[in-house]
Design a protein around this ligand. Sequence first.
Ligand code: G3H
Ligand code: 13P
Ligand code: ZN
Length: 315
Amino acid sequence: MIVTTKKLFEAAYGKYAIGAYNINNLEQTMGLFRGNLDSQAPFIIQLSKGARSYTNKVMLENLIRGADEVFPDAIFAVHLDHGDEETCYDCINSGFYSSVMIDASHEEFDNNIAVTKRVVDAAHAKGIVVEAELGQLGGVEEHVKVDEANAKLTDPKQAKEFVERSGCDSLAVAIGTSHGAFKFSGSQSLHFDVLAEIQKNLPEFPLVMHGSSSVPQEEVERINKAGGEILGAKGVDATQFKEAASLGVTKINIDTDGRLVWTRVHREVFAEHPEVFDLRNPGTIFMAEYAKFIARKNEYLGSAGQLANVRKMIS
Ligand code: G3H
Ligand code: 13P
Ligand code: ZN
């Protein structure tokens, strides 16, 4: 069942965070639904602009419709990740998405507010909720590339003004994470002091943490052992998710970790079985491994076991 992120956030606020997972294909979709049902967790499916054009947005959306039918017990939101204004309107008008992210974080403050407000007005007219971003994470996003030196933590005072003036429903904050597999080089770390200050200025308001893959060292080692060359990769400590949730983070974005699971499975299968050329061999293993990964992640997020509560709340 597709719901808005607003409903999921009401249930989670202050207690746990909802996992927001990016998908691009069939195998990820199957693993995602299985893992969330195995762990009885509500979840958010995120589609990036790149994912929507990887095959075709209609193909991807219909995969989700199909999964909704195959897994009728699942409760989830469908969310556009890092949208520009044009893509937000496309998703809002499609009637399929329950939530969009407008990412105008690279604009200066007043422009970010102006762009966000336009999207909020269009989305709210159709009952769709909007995530916006203030501050800049390091790493590569959809249409924005930010090197670490230019990453900017969210200013807690600006955060309150931003939310009031833009009318957004949740806010992605930059508190030290970055996108991709190479986080926290140099002296970077998670800034819980900044997060606490943001929550003080925006009590009860849902916050979002991007760039939250943990980049498990075991995955990286297995990839490299099977022929990969991913050197110096590092991620967020998943044991910190619950502290973030207690400070108002209700959505935690994870994409890179899923890509690492995919890479590990495929590299190992082909390295160990050079005679294999049936795509279903690694595909079957990947779906099972991805489901296991999602279920474990939901334990760290605290969303595991919350499905029955959420179902009660929305019925
Ligand atoms: O933050 C970006 C997400 O990881 C999506 O990545 O644009 O390569 O699909 P993508
Ligand atoms: P990771 O690169 O850490 O998985 O972050 C994903 C993300 O923030 C998607 O919006
Ligand atoms: Zn992101």
